[in-house]
Design a protein around this ligand. Structure first.
Ligand code: HEC
Ligand code: HEC
Ligand code: HEC
Ligand code: HEC
Length: 162
């Protein structure tokens, strides 16, 4: 009897924690980030991203490939996560902000974003090489090696006000 109760408690705790995660951190898409991260004075991150191939990654795929999960998992943020984690993210965004910075539903409110610590507790990621090499690796037919420092310099979008 005690074993059964213990098992039940474990099961409920397990399911509970799973639900919390899925529900707390969903993918909202670049349009949401644009509201606050498109001002030139603070770096215009959205416009910077539009200038990189990440935002155009879906344009490299033909109509058939654009439906192929094998290509989508690297060419689109939406294609790289499970459908139940998607709130307002769109496939056409290609490699969107949240592929590098984590799902934004819990950290995007201004009150949270103002604190890096709180944002990171709610899913914000400041990406390291490990994040990039999930896609930049030999599985890609077009892989031409990856140097984190050089690659980051190409896609960088710093906030000059900081
Ligand atoms: C309501 C406004 C708002 C929205 C929406 C928003 N942010 Fe922010 N964000 C801020 C503010 C304010 C800061 C703190 C000042 C700064 O670093 O620019 C910040 C900081 C950041 C930082 C830097 C953190 C640090 O400590 O260096 C990242 C990365 C970031 N936001 C990513 C995102 C992403 C990705 C989205 C969309 C999912 C998003 N933000 C949506 C307001 C917002
Ligand atoms: C979700 C997969 C994914 C992640 C994560 C990712 N990339 Fe990419 N990246 C791509 C794809 C796909 C392309 C090529 C897009 C195309 O040409 O269609 C690309 C292209 C690039 C390019 C060429 C950009 C240009 O405009 O010339 C650079 C540089 C780059 N990535 C750097 C990075 C860095 C640095 C990170 C980590 C901080 C990173 N990438 C994370 C998928 C990803
Ligand atoms: C493991 C991740 C990954 C997968 C899977 C993937 N790609 Fe890519 N793809 C990339 C990256 C990263 C780049 C950018 C090249 C680089 O810098 O390595 C890229 C670049 C490309 C390019 C642009 C090449 C150029 O030089 O302009 C095309 C076209 C492309 N991929 C098509 C596809 C197709 C079609 C599929 C599915 C069969 C696919 N990719 C699957 C990661 C991937
Ligand atoms: C391919 C990965 C990648 C994508 C996509 C990406 N970022 Fe970043 N972002 C980074 C990296 C790496 C840094 C930290 C290094 C740097 O650029 O200084 C960063 C830094 C930031 C910062 C902090 C800048 C500062 O100096 O405080 C903000 C804000 C930010 N990103 C917002 C965004 C938003 C908004 C989008 C989408 C419109 C986005 N990022 C898309 C990789 C990415």
């Amino acid at each position: 009897m005690i074993m059964r109760i213990l098992l039940l408690i474990c099961l409920v705790a397990f399911i509970g924690s799973e639900n919390l995660k899925a529900q707390d951190f969903k993918y909202v898409g670049a349009q949401k980030c644009k509201m606050c991260h498109n001002k030139p004075a603070t770096g215009g991150q959205h416009a910077q991203w539009l200038n990189t191939k990440h935002s155009k990654a879906m344009e490299s795929l033909n109509a058939e490939e654009a439906k192929d999960p094998k290509c989508l998992k690297c060419h689109s943020t939406a294609g790289s996560v499970s459908p139940d984690q998607i709130a307002t993210l769109k496939i056409e965004e290609g490699v969107s902000c949240e592929s590098c910075h984590g799902p934004g539903s819990a950290y995007f409110p201004n009150a949270v974003m103002k604190s890096r610590e709180e944002s990171m507790a709610k899913g914000l990621i400041m990406p390291t090489k490990e994040v990039c090499v999930k896609c930049h690796n030999e599985e890609s037919e077009y892989y031409k090696g990856f140097n984190f420092e050089e690659a980051t310099a190409i896609i960088t979008h710093p906030n000059p006000a900081k």
